[in-house]
Write a protein that binds this ligand. Sequence first.
Ligand code: FAD
Length: 325
Amino acid sequence: MATHTTRMLIIGSGPGGLSAAIYGARAGMNPIVVQGLQPGGQLTITTDVENYPGFREVIQGPWLMQEMQAQAEHVGTRMMWDTIVSVDLAGPVFRAVGDGGDIYEGETLVIATGAQAQWLGVPGEQELSGKGVSACATCDGFFYRGKKVVVIGGGNTAVEEALYLTNHSDDVTLIHRRDSLRAEKILQDRLFAHPKVSVLWNKRVERFLENTANGELRGLALIDTQTGAESEIATDGAFVAIGHAPATALFKGKLDMDAAGYLLVEPGTPRTKIPGVFACGDVMDHVYRQAVTAAGTGCMAALDAERYLAAKEFAGKAASEAALG
Ligand SMILES: Cc1cc2nc3c(=O)[nH]c(=O)nc-3n(C[C@H](O)[C@H](O)[C@H](O)COP(=O)(O)OP(=O)(O)OC[C@H]3O[C@@H](n4cnc5c(N)ncnc54)[C@H](O)[C@@H]3O)c2cc1C
């Protein structure tokens, strides 16, 4: 067991954490990134990424994250293979404990633990992920231009995803296991009025069906939740939109969160209610949830961390000079 100290401790190694690391290292804060169980974050479980600026051609999510990590290390970031199991935010130094007992101490703390998409957990879902099954219309909708798609869910996210997909597809079906939606009325009104969208009520997805000829999704097996009747729907793409779970259990009772568990920050900034503790990326953003927005807020967290330390040091120096007379 060892103690690792740094001016900027970052929990999470997705685009948010690694962007904070790149900026933090270049500002001389010798950051430590604790990577967690998913080094590189959510983009490592996808294939084609076509909307990260700077790349004309489609790039691969895992490759992008390897490059981001290499860049962070190149400018001086220390990467740690560990998962944080507890944090002490009392300060002035913030302390985190890894699952092997190592202790990480940071003069500032950047939380970039992300939010995991929730999946249905039915057969075929993970096997066909990236081959027709997705959890992000903004990310993958473009790949389904002119094709038939379905969205599974009944809340705001599902309705927003279905409406977004009408930009690419003329045939969007929302599948919901109940006979009414939980989404806000205004969204429901827009959905029901949309000529490209139809709704399949009272249907539960039993499994995702593979086209054995090409290994891609061909449809969904459904069960009627009222009659138990089995049916199939053919589709090129299926978007699971049943919510996200922000990784914030560590911070319960220590930082403010919204009802869904996302960390609350001062609007327009990555600042939490504790000076010196910042949050970036999906863990504080239930609206945009993109790699580029995570990277942007990671940059903001590092810049704010550097300013926080500079102001603290200036205040400390001024106080000791005043004490000396
Ligand atoms: C299938 C899929 C495809 C996507 N495609 C695109 C796309 O094409 N374009 C796009 O812009 N966005 C896409 N996204 C969204 C994008 O991946 C996320 O918005 C982005 O990764 C969020 O970055 P983040 O840094 O906030 O968190 P994440 O990427 O979620 O990373 C969180 C990090 O925190 C770590 N962590 C969590 N808990 C702990 C802990 N206790 N201790 C230590 N570390 C911890 C994890 O190991 C991980 O490294 C996609 C998402 C998915 C799921």
